[in-house]
Design a protein around this ligand. Sequence first.
Ligand code: SAH
Ligand code: SF4
Length: 446
Amino acid sequence: MVHKCKGKYHIIVFGCQMSEHDSEVIAGQLEEMGYLHTAEQSEADIILLVTCCVRETAENKVWGLLGRLRKLKQNKPDLVIGVSGCLPQQKDMGKNIKQRFPHVDLIFGTHNIHELPRLINQLKESQETVLEIWSQADTVKEGVPVRRAPGIKAWVTIMYGCNNFCTYCIVPYVRGRERSRKPEDIILEIEELVQQGYKDITLLGQNVNSYGKDFTKPFDFADLLLRLNQIEGLERLRYTTSHPRDFTDKLIDVVAQCDRVCENFHLPVQAGSNRILKKMNRGYSREEYLELINKIRDRVPKASITTDIMVGFPGETDEDFEDTMDIVRQVKYDSAFTFVYNIRKGTPAAKMPDQVPENIKTERIQKLIALQNEISLANNQALVGEIEEVLVEGPTKNNDNKIGGRSRTNKLVIFTGGNNLTGKIVPVKIKAGHLTHLEGDYYDGR
Ligand code: SAH
Ligand code: SF4
């Protein structure tokens, strides 16, 4: 039931799709309480930050914004400012935020998002900063309202947390251990989304191919895809992120055989050197990774393959870095998220010797980006003449009679057409490949 309007809320998100989706859950609860969304910070009665701490840059952005919000609060003392997400979930960070930014009213973490209405009520009653962070999640909570952006794409969480403990990564410390949602809850949510008109669903988890490892009755990620593939009216099914170590032959076969599951494999490699992969605790060697890529290309020849790569992990030598460049040349990724390693307090890599100097990290990342850009462009150019099925998302921002959407391989495709095609799947013949997108014409079969 929606109550009388209590005021307006504004949410600012940092970080990955998981944070984006958390913001949808936060928005859903605020709307249920009677708050309305505003795109204007200055109009808001509640401003909530959904934060990220996976890299230092993400963290610094939050500090900068909190500093700027102090002014706004001075002019509008009733404004509620809240900080949630991964950042406060770090050890002692909640207290730290409370001390450094006394104008913050509400601090909570990743495990108690569903408690937001109670926390807001508590704040209204006590008028004192509410700081509540759970060190771990209780059970998986179902039935929490979600406010999704209207459109054709939606995210659905299938599991929470991560058990992998890659030595550089803070995620397992702030998102807790792996917890899978029950298949029936996921199926129901997606069926409802399809009825509402969503067509392209991305399943979310830190390591989706660990799905179901916590069930007593065997039901794994491949089984889930097989089941979801039967949902009538669902056009496309995607998932992120999958861990190369857990990508089984069964899963490759299921992706190959399920018509709704898209041919895009996001397989973070992180590094190309066996020595570094071992120090990262990734659980695969470069040879095993390359074998996996070969198997995927064999079974799904049109697959696009994307990745996350990091440079400057502690102890990374010129030779190790060359191994990374080499694996990038061999795999020929369609695109890559590239990162400079940075220290995350509390992770094992933070204490490793031989941290790489910043100037060398910068040099390496520039070389890596230049190489990847060359490959991305060449891959896109090689698609000239191909027909891509494009699920149209709407007009481009340039106001040039062009519309855009995604291919099954998740490439952005721009072509001439009217807004009436939004939400439809349209064949497009590619006439040019650019670094970040493809350009084409509606294909009428001739
Ligand atoms: N669960 C996903 C994504 C985790 S975070 C996975 O395993 O792939 C997203 C990316 O951030 C990682 O893939 C990694 O490349 C990068 N990352 C994580 N910790 C980092 C750190 N300390 N420094 C730099 N990049 C990091
Ligand atoms: Fe972090 Fe590794 Fe888990 Fe990904 S798999 S979230 S990189 S610990």
